[in-house]
Ligand binder design. Sequence first.
Ligand SMILES: [Mg+2]
Length: 217
Amino acid sequence: MVAFDVAGTTVSDGGVVIEAFSQAFQRTQPELWAQKSEELMAYALKTMGQSKIAVFTHLTGDAQQAEIANVAFEQAYLEEVELNGVSPIPGTEETFEFLRSEAIHIVLTTGFSRPTLDVILKALDWQSKISLSVTPAEAGRGRPFPDMLIKAANDLHVEDHANTMVVGDTVADIQAGLAFGASRVIGVLTGAHTNEMFIEANATLVVNSVADLPSLI
Ligand SMILES: [Mg+2]
C-alpha cells in the first residue's frame, strides 16, 4: 500500500488551499481577521495537512464557529476549482499506473471533507484508479494522527504496516506516517513545506515529487 496526500502532493495546489483559508476567515471571522490576519495565516501554513476543522477549532476556540468557517473554506476552495479547474501534479498518473501494474494498493488521505474530495476525484476521473480514499471524519481524526492510514490498512487487509509507504507535502503527513508505522515516510517538495521541515520531522526521505516514486519501489 502506498498512501498519498491530495492537495500539494498528487493534486496541484498553487496557493489555492491557503487562499481558501484566507477567504474563510474574511467571510466568517471578520473581527478576528482584522485583529491578527498575519498570525492566522502563519498558523494555517504551519498546520497545513492537518484536519481543517481541527485547525479552525484551534483558531476560533469554538466548535460551532469552526464548523461555520470550515463550510466557508470548502466553499471557497470549490469556487476556485470551478473557476480554474483542478490538475494533477505532473507524474502522478504515471506513478498510479506503475503501482497498479505492481498490484500495489493506492490510497488517498486528505484534510478535506468527503463532498470536497469527491468533487476533486470526479474532476480528475480518479475514482476507478485508486483502491480507496479516506477523509478525517470517516476515520476518526485527521492528521497528524494516523487514523486515516489505519482505516485504509484495515479496509484493504494490509496487516504489516511497515511494508507500506506514506507520501505527503506537509509535516502532518510525516507525523501521521511515522505514527502509523510505515517504514518509508516520504516528503515531496510540490506543496506547502520545505526540505528542512521534513528533515526536522524525521521523514525517511525527501523527493522532488511523486514522479520520483516508481524508481524507489
Ligand atoms: Mg497536502
